[in-house]
Design a protein around this ligand. Structure first.
Ligand code: SF4
Length: 174
C-alpha cells in the first residue's frame, strides 16, 4: 500500500508546542486510510524538542535560507532553535526516503510543517506565504506536500488514477 507521511498532530497526537493535537476530521482520516498507510511524524519532537515547548517562527528569510544556514528559527524567548528544526526536517526526509514516501499531509502554519502559510517572524500572529523547514526540504526532494485544504482535491482524483495494488500514477500531478 502506498504510504503517506502525516504530521503527527494531524493524526491526533498531542505533540504541538502547546501540548495539543490538531486532528483531521474522521471522514478525512477514513478516506486517507483507504488509500494510504499513514506514517506519522513530528519533526520537532523527533529532533528532541519537548512537549510543551515555546512557540517558534522563522526569522529573516524563507525556509530555504534556513536550510542554507542563512536564516534562523527562534522561539518566543529569543532562543535560536534552528539546528533542531533542520535536524527534524532531515529526520522527516529520511523517513520518507526509507519508506518510498512521495506524498505528505502536513499541518498548515507551522515553522516546520507549513506548506503554504507560516508566521512572519514577528510573533504578532501575522501569517505570510511560505513553507516551514520540513515542508521546504521535502518539496526540494520531490515529495508533494499537501495541507488540509489542498488534500481533498488530491483524494477526489485518486479513484481515477489508482492502478493495481494501490500504485498511484504520479503523472497526473504534472
Ligand atoms: S512539527 Fe509538525 S507534526 Fe509536529 S506539532 Fe508541529 S505541525 Fe505538528
Amino acid at each position: 500500500m502506498e504510504k503517506l507521511l502525516i504530521s503527527a498532530c494531524l493524526a491526533g497526537e498531542k505533540v504541538r508546542y502547546n501540548g495539543q493535537a490538531l486532528p483531521i476530521s474522521e471522514p478525512l482520516e477514513e478516506q486517507l486510510s483507504s488509500y494510504f498507510e499513514l506514517v506519522r511524524c513530528c519533526p520537532e519532537v523527533a529532533s528532541g524538542m519537548p512537549i510543551p515547548r515555546a512557540s517558534a517562527e522563522i526569522i529573516d528569510g524563507p525556509a530555504s535560507l534556513v536550510l542554507e544556514q542563512k536564516a534562523k528559527v527562534k522561539d518566543n524567548q529569543g532562543h535560536d532553535v534552528t539546528d533542531a528544526f533542520v535536524r527534524g526536517a532531515n529526520m522527516a526526509l529520511q523517513l520518507c526516503l526509507s519508506n518510498n514516501i512521495r506524498f505528505a499531509l502536513l499541518a498548515e502554519g507551522s515553522p516546520s510543517c507549513g506548506s503554504f502559510l507560516v508566521y512572519d517572524g514577528t510573533f504578532s500572529g501575522v501569517k505570510m506565504q511560505g513553507r516551514g523547514v520540513t515542508a521546504e526540504l521535502l518539496t526540494q526532494h520531490g515529495i508533494t506536500v499537501f495541507n488540509v485544504n489542498t488534500i481533498q482535491e488530491f483524494i477526489d482524483q485518486l479513484p481515477l488514477v489508482i492502478c493495481n495494488q494501490s500504485f498511484i500514477n504520479a503523472d497526473f500531478m504534472k
